[in-house]
Ligand binder design. Sequence first.
Ligand code: FAD
Length: 327
Amino acid sequence: MSTILSFIAIQNGKPTRSSFEGLSRARHLAAQHGHTLAAVVLAPDASAFTDEIARYGAQTIYTVSDPIFAQHMNAPVVRALEAVIAQVQPALVVFPSSEGVKDVLGALAVRTHAAVLPDVASFDLADGGVEATRPVMASKFYARVRAEGEPVLVSVRSGSYEATESPADATVEALPFSFDESSLKQTLREVVGAATGGIDLADARVVISAGRGVKDEAGQHLVQELADVLGAAIGASRAVVENGMFPATAQIGQTGKVVSPDLYIGVGISGAIQHVAGMVNSRVIVAINTNPDAPIFEVATYGIVGDLYTVLPLLIEELKKAKAVAA
Ligand SMILES: Cc1cc2nc3c(=O)[nH]c(=O)nc-3n(C[C@H](O)[C@H](O)[C@H](O)COP(=O)(O)OP(=O)(O)OC[C@H]3O[C@@H](n4cnc5c(N)ncnc54)[C@H](O)[C@@H]3O)c2cc1C
């Protein structure tokens, strides 16, 4: 029997939803293959998260508490995870595919002599190895990949699995950690907040994405109003980032962020391949576009052929009514 270890990323003071998606998948595999399930969390006070992590079925939770984890810094994260992996000797380590994880995965693989399967859309244990599918070439194709040996490090795209609770009586093990800050070769000067209405785009359940069809302030206002009604994060195509209407942090696509929310609403977006690469894994895709032949309709679950300046006010009004009835 081996251990599957799941890394719980902390963002804005709480575990990310995609961490629990990874942990839920790990729990399923551990039960199926007779492995034990463990989780690891790094934070200034990592013990604050153990109750929540236990709800997702981790049998052992390793906590590493240190003020240095208040902001993401590669070196201490790699050092801490290396030590945890050396102690736990897991067969597989599951990560959410976050920006921070992307930063550390390579270094961690080198230091732990691990194989890495980054940014996968699905993964399984098969014939003594780990098999996964991962989108390649701007999500135009999926590659099936396989890694052998132990440990294997897998990072999983958000939205690939459901986060499902299955409470366990977890054992919590606090691991000692010290880090000499003067050894840091990198210093964090400032974290510039993303202008997505306080909701993190990569972790959002609902995303409203604006494209060049949004032509002016009135259009921006409609997008914001729809986002407010739905509690959504705002994304954008490169076209409206380049023309300065939306911040660079909102860009979705090949050279922007990858999102996979439950609901993606593309507003005045044509659906260029480079944009679709960043949103095609969304569960439900709604496209609003005046052009019935726009490529976005090829990936959309529901399409509305119409002018956003007419459609959005109607949609916002109906959603407000539905919310009032539900309240
Ligand atoms: C190397 C490279 C990397 C790139 N990376 C990215 C990336 O990461 N993300 C990205 O988004 N793009 C990226 N691009 C750019 C990409 O190719 C497209 O140019 C861009 O996505 C187009 O943005 P858009 O859909 O908003 O604009 P357009 O293609 O101009 O489409 C606007 C759409 O709005 C519709 N429309 C117009 N008026 C209205 C209205 N009133 N109501 C409703 N609909 C309306 C039109 O019918 C049209 O379909 C990249 C390009 C390259 C070459």
